[in-house]
Design a protein around this ligand. Structure first.
Ligand code: ADP
Ligand code: ASP
Ligand code: MG
Length: 447
């Protein structure tokens, strides 16, 4: 069970989480995010320290300390737990302050940003213990690890976590006896160590990824992502007024939606669950009995499920008569992107040119300079990928017409279909996004 930032965002929410994890009476493994807003504050502290402004950093730390100290009286009832938690908070805040005196690099930044999840897990576990729950706090830094390509290392994670679980788990019959109580294992989302043993993380929103990696490592029955909305909606609820929850998604559909902007899921979090064949459920902490969304291997034949959009996309076109009937042209173009570690999202080709979209502009200048050796290059920034997801197998007829009808008044820069049977994507201007998403909801879902 993974609980996101809003789900642990206040002392009351932490109490609700505690109720939810003990409800089934079965042993559960719990992954927590930082309280909402905390990771942003930690990033802000790091920004000040990069800019050599320790006063700015200290101001944010003081505000954070005040906020957390206020939670103590609301959350705990015993003086003993209040003072233990206050002591823990003081040591955490002093740890953050210690960075204001040191040389500041990305290594220190990673250590700072990791503290949000340390704070939330310690606070919740202390609350659980106060409630008499058999809660076990596990440090994610002891088993979550990435490899040299900064990708999670599932073999290491499984090995380490299994060994840890063997040590800390008591036999189920003892747990079920009154003296022990059912065990609740709690760990931090998002944070990990890299291949060199340094503190690192799985990128913003990465707690979902932690949960699916752990679920796969432990061969869980189900991976539950608890958040602040009733499952995956059929369009972006931040942009479109009327959206509805989608009850079932295929792993591939969920992966496409997450990758193309549905913030409810971290882009890569579906993969470990898919490989392990473990269903993922998206559930709402504010409405625990709502059905949510189940992600599994099932496809609903011919059904268009949802729309998502991703901003800050750049389109690059390279046109050259040299491409006509030439072999190896695309390879040369793709190699340039590869040498700058810039993934390409969409590709459309014609006999005399190729258009690609990327979302990482770090090496845009260098890439364009090199592409110019092969043809005329055009760059469009401020673009947006709109992605329609569902069972779009090519043997199903008619979905292209439906989708294009919705897009009829929108200028479209690129269209991509055929790479997967689960999505058709359009590249449009960011300023047309809202209109496009609304029109797609009206046409595809009658909303
Ligand atoms: P958490 O902190 O629990 O990880 P997030 O903020 O990362 O939660 O994700 C939940 C949010 O995702 C929702 O509040 C909603 O605004 C946003 N969201 C974007 N697209 C979708 C979608 N298609 N369905 C549901 N939520 C979405
Ligand atoms: N706390 C991290 C973030 O805000 C990770 C997460 O919440 O998933 O990005
Ligand atoms: Mg999230």
């Amino acid at each position: 069970m993974k609980f996101g930032g809003t789900s642990v965002g206040t002392p009351n929410r932490m109490k609700e989480v505690t109720k939810l994890v003990t409800k089934s009476g079965e042993p559960v493994f719990v992954v927590l995010s930082a309280m909402s807003g905390t990771t942003n504050s930690l990033v802000e502290i790091s920004d000040y320290l990069y800019k050599k402004n320790p006063e700015g950093a200290n101001e944010v730390i003081n505000a954070l300390e005040k906020k957390y100290m206020k939670h103590v009286d609301e959350l705990y009832s015993t003086e003993e737990m209040k003072s233990a938690t206050r002591e823990f908070l003081i040591s955490e805040m002093n740890y953050l302050r210690s960075f204001t005196k040191e040389l500041f690099t990305s290594f220190e930044e990673k250590s700072i940003v990791a503290q949000g999840e340390m704070l939330s897990t310690n606070m919740v576990v202390n609350y659980m213990k106060e409630q008499g729950i058999n809660a076990v706090l596990l440090n994610a830094l002891d088993f979550m690890r990435t490899d040299k390509n900064s990708e999670p290392d599932p073999v290491y994670i499984k090995e380490k976590l299994t060994a840890i679980m063997e040590k800390v788990t008591t036999p189920l019959q003892d747990q079920k006896s009154e003296s022990e109580g059912i065990q609740v294992f709690v760990t931090q989302g998002f944070i990990c160590r890299n291949a060199y043993g340094e503190i690192d993380n799985l990128q913003r929103g990465g707690s979902d990824y932690t949960a699916s990696l752990i679920g796969a490592a432990l061969n869980a029955e189900e991976i539950q992502i608890w958040t602040d909305i009733d499952g995956m909606h059929n369009n972006d609820p931040r942009v479109v007024d009327k959206t509805e929850p989608v009850r079932h998604l295929h792993f591939e559909e969920a992966a496409e939606l997450a990758y193309f902007g549905a913030k409810i899921l971290h882009p890569t979090c579906v993969q470990p669950a898919k490989y392990a064949g473990i269903p993922v459920r998206l559930l709402n902490t504010m409405q625990p009995d709502a059905e949510g969304t189940t992600i599994s291997n099932l496809t609903e034949y011919g059904k268009i499920k949802a729309v998502a959009a991703k901003d800050n996309i750049i389109a690059i076109k390279i046109k050259s008569s040299r491409m006509l009937l030439a072999t190896g042209f695309l390879r040369k173009v793709f190699e340039i992107f590869e040498s700058y570690q810039t993934p390409i999202d969409m590709v459309c080709t014609s006999e005399v040119g190729v258009s690609m979209s990327i979302d990482n502009s770090t090496h845009l200048g260098e890439i364009v300079d090199e592409l110019k050796k092969y043809g005329t290059v055009t760059v469009d920034t401020g673009m947006c990928v709109v992605c329609v997801v569902g069972d779009l197998d090519w043997s199903n007829i008619g979905f292209e017409t439906q989708v294009l009808e919705a897009m009829q008044s929108i200028p479209v820069r690129m269209i991509s279909y055929g790479g997967s049977s689960y999505n058709i994507s359009f590249l449009i201007k960011e300023e047309d996004k809202k209109r496009a998403l609304q029109s797609l909801s009206r046409t595809l879902f009658n909303e």
